[in-house]
Design a protein around this ligand. Structure first.
Ligand code: HEC
Length: 191
């Protein structure tokens, strides 16, 4: 019995050492472009799914008015489009350069129109750990969180006035010289 216990302890020590050696070997996936670690994707998805299923509130947002969707569209434009892009726009460079990628929420393959709005509400409110998805709990009001969740639930059938808000802003004219933007002040904040 004693030998058996010593065997188990030794195995655990060897495993722990192997993990430390691997982490220090400079081969571990740490860059956004690296392949995921074994089981990383499966474990992360399982954990997120279980948590969201137990905590996401249930609410029917199908009756949300155009005024509420407009608020959601403004929130999206200001806080989300940088990573998740807009309708009719090319993919976000920042969002698709992340690991995991930020889904392009107005592209048919990536839309979350099949998810209950409460699931989207939970993800926007709490964020998703170890990904680029921030928590907007302290930045947005409860109403704004629901309005943006309702917007994404209906991303494939939004009224035209809501789509108008989700248009790309006119690009800031590029400086003709190579002078850094800060030096000329031309590309500074416009709002
Ligand atoms: C800095 C980049 C960034 C910003 C800003 C951002 N997100 Fe995300 N978001 C991500 C990433 C990365 C993921 C993917 C997380 C994952 O794979 O689990 C994500 C995931 C999501 C998902 C889950 C999609 C799915 O398929 O389940 C939703 C919904 C979402 N974001 C909505 C929003 C909304 C709404 C906002 C603005 C209020 C926002 N995000 C702002 C990076 C961002």
């Amino acid at each position: 019995m004693k030998g058996f216990l010593v065997g188990i302890i030794l195995t655990l020590v060897v495993l722990a050492l192997a993990v430390v050696l691997y982490v220090r070997s400079s081969r571990m996936s740490v860059a956004a472009t690296d392949a995921p670690l074994p089981f990383e994707t499966t474990l992360a998805k399982m954990g997120l799914h279980a948590r969201v299923q137990s905590e996401a509130p249930k609410r029917d947002v199908s009756g949300f008015s155009t005024a509420q969707l407009l608020i959601g569209a403004n929130v999206y434009q200001n806080d989300c489009s940088f990573c998740h892009s807009q309708p009719q726009q090319s993919d976000s460079v920042a969002g698709t350069g992340m690991y995991p990628h930020a889904p392009q929420l107005f592209k048919s393959d990536d839309m979350v129109t099949d998810d209950p709005a409460g699931v989207t509400y939970w993800k926007v409110k709490n964020g998703i750990r170890l990904t680029g998805m921030p928590s907007f709990k302290s930045a947005l009001s409860e109403d704004q969180l629901w309005d943006v969740a309702a917007l994404l639930a209906r991303a494939d059938k939004l009224p035209p006035e809501v789509l108008d808000v989700l248009k790309v802003a006119a690009p800031v004219p590029a400086s003709t010289s190579e002078t850094p933007a800060g030096a000329t002040g031309k590309l500074g904040k416009t709002h």
